[in-house]
Write a protein that binds this ligand. Structure first.
Ligand code: 3ON
Ligand code: FE
Length: 478
């Protein structure tokens, strides 16, 4: 492997973006460079771990942090910011107690060693992974539980959402639903993992009604964070992982630490058709969290995904703030070409540079597309925090990068189309991303022109505080 040539950041800077945000605020953003386009109308919702410690008692993994929703609403060239934590009973109980009361899925144990953790098999729903607006409801998502309904204006927590009882007790709803732009349906899924796992495919209509399209049993344990869909298929990458729960049950390790890649085992694509028929097709071993997009082309299905060579996890008892980036495995964007008739898969590397959080134009979901936007590191090889936004032209192979290094740390890019005209260019629009700016110890919302991604930002909106590194979000024009 090519050695990292230089550092594009300082660790001290990067670490500051993992400090908890203690405040909840609502204000008009008045510190702006450039000009917010008047055509940009709607609300950007973001979710992510807003609290990474309780009274200084640190969570062991950023994915265990309590979900905090940010909303940035754009109208008439002005922008308004609001943030609130998702007020889950667990969040409120820990706040009251002033200490950690729950284990986290990925790296957090209660103080007191294994004796205080043994047989505590509860999952703390941190509602921290994504936030989507559907059917008049704002939903804070975490893939191992029900969503939390949030008031889209105030961001007050309404409560757990079961879609009029359609999501049964014990069933879960993904943090990665995908919207079909033409019908307005939100497609999602839920996984009941076990020695045999069950995948349920859900449709949530534009008026917020959930129904189950199919339920499929898959052999083996499943950790399915995301899926891809096309008009005829719902597509999963079954990572070749095993779950050995004993250390978790005995309080010695968290659930996430009990997951590992099975040696010499292939990954499998799970293709589920609209009737719920399952076809599995093997491919080279890798671990996938996120798919960029998928589409059907003649006899083949194209799936673009960020692949890791292993299941990315921390060494036990290490502080994630101290990780050695040169030892962190990198995700890279690959294109898979699946032929369901022949049962074959070919794969090709698209973006070699370490990257995460791929997105596309909303109208391209499940359709042939040309442009992917994705977070990337600010150097060509090695690993580092994400500091650049990449635009990849899948037709020509052209790759462009807008770097915020050395002091800016990016989050997932969100593509917002300029208009709803189906004939407008696929890259006509803006790329919005929240950046932790270590120079000011605050975060900026940056608006890039998607057609001139390397150009100066159209506008940089300085928030009054930082926002800890987040996970996913969405933009709604409603
Ligand atoms: O039996 C297990 C039980 C359980 C509760 C199965 C299980 C592992 C599926 C599970 C729960 C899984 C959960 C809650 C997954 C949540 C994932 C999450 C919050 C975030 C994932 C983020 C992924 C990536 C790739 C983030 C990358 C971030 C950067 C590169 C920037 O810092
Ligand atoms: Fe994700």
């Amino acid at each position: 492997m090519v050695q990292a040539v230089s550092n594009t950041f300082s660790r001290e800077d990067w670490q500051k973006g993992y400090e908890s945000l203690r405040t909840e605020q609502a204000y008009w953003i008045d510190d702006i460079e450039g000009q917010i386009p008047v055509e940009l109308e709607g609300t950007l919702f973001r979710n992510g771990p807003g609290q990474l410690d309780i009274n200084g008692e640190k969570y062991g993994h950023p994915f265990d942090g309590d979900g905090m929703i940010c909303a940035i609403a754009f109208k008439d060239g002005k922008a308004h910011f609001t943030n609130q934590f998702v007020k889950t009973p667990e969040f409120l109980a820990e706040k009251k107690a002033g200490k950690i009361l729950y284990r986290g899925v990925f790296g957090t144990q209660k103080a007191g060693g294994w004796l205080s953790n043994i047989f505590d098999l509860r999952n703390k729903n941190v509602a921290n992974t994504n936030v989507v607006y559907q059917g008049g409801k704002l939903l804070a998502l975490w893939e191992a539980a029900h969503p939390y309904a949030i008031n889209p204006k105030s961001l007050d927590t309404v409560g757990l959402e079961d879609f009029d009882g359609q999501l049964a007790k014990g069933q879960v709803f993904t943090a990665h639903p995908r919207r079909d732009d033409r019908t307005g349906d939100l497609w999602g899924f839920g996984v009941q993992p076990g020695p045999k796992s069950t995948i349920s495919i859900y449709q949530v209509t534009a008026d917020g009604k959930l129904s189950t399209e199919s339920q499929v049993k898959v052999s083996g344990f499943c950790f399915l964070h995301d899926f891809a869909y096309t008009p005829n298929y719902r597509i999963f990458m079954q990572n070749p992982v095993s779950f050995k729960p004993l250390p978790f049950m005995l309080g010695l390790a968290t659930a996430g630490e009990c997951i590992e890649l099975k040696p010499n085992s292939p990954s499998q694509f799970l293709l589920i058709d609209r009737q719920g028929n399952l076809q599995t097709i093997e491919t080279d071993p890798c671990f996938v969290f996120h798919h960029c997009n998928a589409y059907e082309q003649g006899d083949v299905i194209i799936v673009d995904s960020v692949c890791y060579p292993d299941y990315p996890k921390l060494e036990p008892n290490t502080d994630f703030r101290e990780i050695d980036f040169d030892k962190v495995i990198a995700g890279q964007l690959w294109r898979f070409e699946i032929n369901p008739q022949l049962g074959t898969v070919k794969r090709e590397l698209i973006l070699e540079r370490s990257c995460e959080f791929p997105v596309v134009h909303p109208r391209c979901m499940g359709q042939k597309y040309r442009y992917a936007y994705i977070g990337a590191i600010a150097k060509e090889s090695g690993n580092a925090p994400l500091q650049a936004i990449a635009k990849v032209d899948l037709e020509t192979g052209k790759q462009e990068f807008h770097s915020f290094a050395p002091r800016g740390f990016i989050s997932e890019p969100i593509f917002v189309p300029y208009d709803r005209n189906p004939d407008s260019a696929e890259d006509q629009g803006w790329v919005l991303t929240l950046i932790f700016n270590a120079e000011h110890n605050r975060s900026d919302l940056v608006i890039l022109d998607a057609q001139n991604i390397t150009g100066k930002p159209i506008a940089t909106l300085h928030l009054k505080h930082h926002v800890p590194y987040g996970l996913h979000g969405s933009f709604t024009q409603e």
